[in-house]
Design a protein around this ligand. Sequence first.
Ligand SMILES: [Zn+2]
Length: 225
Amino acid sequence: MTTEKTDQTATSDPRHTPQGAFEALRRGNSRFMAEESAHPRQDGARRELMTTGQRPFAVVLACSDSRVPVEIIFDQGLGDIFVIRTAGEITDLSVLASLEFAVVGLGVPLVVVLGHENCGAVNAAQNALETGELPSGFQRVLVEKVTPSLLAARAEGGDTAEDFERHHVVEIAAHIVDRSPQILSRLREGTVGVVGMRYRLSDGMTEPVVNYGLDVPGTPGQPLN
Ligand SMILES: [Zn+2]
């Protein structure tokens, strides 16, 4: 890993603004949905260029689910997205450190939290709530980290898997903004945006559910405390 920023094309690239980065991901996801993926920046020249440094335009914290491969569903290439994946897109200190490495160390202007339809981690937490039984071993951590999102969703009247998946993304995004002063200060400056999305396995759409510091139709921006 390197913090060098030697991709010379990046300086005037509109993707290196919070809104521009979001629009680039949205366009890529639209291509993927339409089965018109361009598979950009995946050739030998790009690979060679990337040996000298990286300047990704987005950092994505996604679920590890094998059906949610980040570069494929956003139709991006080498050096475009800094990806962190955990089951249920849960956070811990290592995840927060990786997020700050991307935002502060690499200057990434957009943080994405990506949940998805039929998430096993959310389903496990839902089962634990309903049956009172916890999974064994370290899988218990998944339930412990996802359950607060489900309780928050229930408090607002949510009771479906979709409600829980959406609310979990909202909670994780809020947690990142709350826990990282470095990301919060960049949000206040307008140099970083945060968006939470839920990927639909059924049609490939990444639907926005929450945002900070962006203009996302149908998703009111969250105020900063
Ligand atoms: Zn999942």
